[in-house]
Design a protein around this ligand. Structure first.
Ligand code: AHG
Ligand code: MN
Ligand code: MN
Length: 337
């Protein structure tokens, strides 16, 4: 009791504080960006509350409808989508909301200085895992309206390369609920403390290991992968590779979270069923590529850096190789022959 304790040891940083403090470093920051991100964190808390009690709330199973991607919509996909639209629609500074689940973008406000943010999201990632109590998540990406595009050209504002993202993040609803975000100054991780309902900082400036020991891919499709990818996977299993192990959850957000912390590589190459890849450039690949790069990792479609791809359609898909620099470069080398 007599010892002097430094104020640092009392420090508990919530995501709100963290964003506010990092925004203070930007001389032009107005606080509206902080306000926008707090809308997203609020939505993820609403989603997490539904996910945690899905069985008792009766929200497991599908709605009986298909989304624009031709995929079955789960009840929780719908609830998650509504939560995000609800929490961001009234923030004032969001002009457009673009969801993986919806055909068209939601135009909240005409573009103006006051509504210059565009939020793109995969409300619930890992649909096939919802009903079986395996980790799922939410992924988001934030752009600003494109100054080179005419003000009324909604699609033109949205179809910007990933390099233009001003922020990106994801939440994994796993054994605990973890939020990870970047605004281009490192990657920061928070755990939801359910007792107080706040995301509390647990890792600042997360760095992905430069090399890992795991690869993550749906090997059931091996027969239809490009030759180079098959050769990489053969090599990864060989003694010469030094002993890789494999993990595949089937929720991109959870497979990526593990890769970020442990290193290694996640791959979803083109397949016969999805010749252009399955994952979506705007809602999945871009935000995770931004985080990977900020953490010292890399992301490619096999030929090009993900963040440099200019999208040509809202729901465009892409092959994805993402993870530690070493493994991503190796996959690309095998792939390109
Ligand atoms: P979503 O649930 O948002 O549609 O995404 C599902 C995606 C992704 O989370 C995962 O990596 C991939 O689908 C799994 O696909 P396969 O079942 O073909 O392996
Ligand atoms: Mn998804
Ligand atoms: Mn989804």
């Amino acid at each position: 009791m007599n010892e002097t304790t430094s104020p640092e040891s009392y420090k508990m940083v919530t995501v709100q504080q963290h964003i506010m403090e990092s925004q203070r470093a930007h001389p032009t920051a107005t606080g509206e960006f902080t306000w926008l991100l707090s809308g997203i964190t609020l939505a993820t808390k609403m989603i997490e509350a539904q996910v945690r009690r899905a069985g008792i709330l009766g929200v497991l199973g599908s709605t009986g409808e298909e989304n624009v991607q031709g995929e079955v919509v789960q009840k929780l996909d719908q609830l998650a989508n509504d939560a995000i639209l609800q929490c961001l629609g009234y923030r004032g500074n969001v002009g457009l909301m673009v969801s993986e689940e919806d055909d068209e973008p939601h135009i909240v406000k005409d573009f103006s200085d006051a509504a210059r943010y565009i939020v793109l999201f995969d409300p619930l990632d890992g649909s096939s895992n919802i009903d079986v109590n395996v980790s799922i998540g939410t992924i988001f990406s934030i752009l600003q309206t494109n100054p080179e595009t005419k003000s009324k050209d909604v699609i033109g504002h949205i179809l910007q390369p990933g390099i233009k993202q001003v922020a990106a993040g994801y939440v994994v609803y796993g054994s605990s609920t973890v939020l990870t975000y970047t605004t281009g100054s490192g990657v920061h991780m928070f755990t939801l403390n359910p007792e107080i309902g706040a995301y509390v900082l647990h890792k600042e400036n997360v760095l992905m290991p430069e090399k890992g020991k795991m690869y993550s891919v749906n090997e059931a499709y091996l027969g239809t992968f490009p030759d180079g990818v098959r050769k990489y996977l053969d090599w990864a299993k060989s003694e010469a590779a030094g002993g890789y192990s494999s993990r595949y959850i089937g929720s991109l957000v959870a497979d990526f979270h593990r890769t970020l912390l442990r290193g290694g590589v996640f791959l979803y190459p083109p397949t016969k069923k999805a010749p252009g890849g399955k994952l979506r450039l705007l809602y999945e690949a871009n935000p995770l590529a931004f985080i990977a790069e900020q953490a010292g990792g890399a992301a490619t479609d096999g030929k090009r850096r993900i963040l440099e791809k200019t999208p040509t359609a809202l729901h465009e898909r892409t092959p994805l190789v993402i993870g530690s620099k070493y493994e991503v470069a190796q996959v690309a080398e095998f792939w390109q022959g």
